[in-house]
Design a protein around this ligand. Structure first.
Ligand code: 4GY
Length: 251
């Protein structure tokens, strides 16, 4: 996979070269390149922004630098690309989106600044994504988050011991609670079932606790999920236990 980022603050991407992404670069599993699109301005003061037609507060990104940066990129690396714009008005980025982007050969991220984009910039774009309902000062942090979440899915990036297959969201549920040694810490014990080595019982306990955590924290995830008979039974137990625990007087 090749990733290009168009940014006015290329130095912000230094941390990405560390850690797991750094390893992916070392192992040649991906190429990563940041383009400072201010270099595609022609005026003396290298302006990338201008005032909005029709008036109003704030400045907008001008179309020319981004169009010319994309022309140069198309010439240097021809072929199909997913061109991603980071914007609070985009589709919500999630686990499924990261997995789908990981199938692509070439991703381009456009990082904006100021109060928004000249609308014509959107004609360069194949996908618009938001990382959440809040407004940042630029698209660099969202781009880094999306790149990190996507690169994890490239074959060979995670070791066997850190498989993406056991992530939260992979089965549509939040992860079950996990424990390591010691067996009791400050009076808090590791659940008995995890210590007795019965893998069937452990799998059932984990599925039930995944369902419990999702039911308590992200009931919206359960709405779109199809559960098998066993999971349905465990979810009914979770629901019953929630009623008994939160209203013990009525039990
Ligand atoms: N939230 N999700 C986001 C963002 C910064 C001004 C438009 C977000 O993805 N991007 O807040 N981006 C703004 C900065 C231009 C993008």
């Amino acid at each position: 996979m090749r990733i290009d980022v168009l940014s006015l603050f290329p130095d912000m991407f230094a941390p990405l070269q560390q850690s797991i992404i750094g390893k992916a670069l070392e192992r040649d599993l991906m190429q990563f390149n940041v383009i400072d699109y201010r270099q595609y301005t022609h005026d003396k003061h290298n302006h990338v922004d201008d005032t909005p037609y029709g008036g109003g507060a704030g400045m907008l990104l001008k179309p020319e630098p981004l169009f010319e940066a994309m022309d140069a990129l198309d010439a240097a690396a021809p072929g199909p690309k997913r061109v991603i714009l980071l914007d609070p008005a985009g589709r919500k980025f999630d686990h499924v989106a990261a997995k789908s982007l990981a199938q692509e050969a070439h991703l381009v991220f456009i990082c904006g600044h100021y109060e928004g984009y000249d609308e014509r910039i959107r004609t360069l774009v194949t996908d618009e994504y938001s990382i959440g309902d809040f407004v940042l000062t630029g698209g660099e942090l969202p781009a880094m988050m999306m790149i990190d979440a996507t690169v994890r899915f490239l074959p060979g990036v995670l070791g066997n011991e850190q498989s993406a297959a056991t992530d939260s969201f992979e089965d549509g549920l939040l992860n079950y609670p996990e424990y390591t040694r010691p067996p009791v810490y400050r009076g808090m014990a590791v659940p008995e079932v995890l210590q007795n080595g019965n893998h069937q019982l452990i799998a059932q306990w984990r599925l039930k606790e995944s369902l419990r955590r999702t039911y308590e924290r992200r009931p919206d995830l359960l709405e779109t999920l199809t559960l098998d008979k066993n999971a349905q039974k465990l979810l009914r137990e979770v629901e019953r236990e929630a009623r008994t625990v939160s209203a013990p007087d009525e039990a």
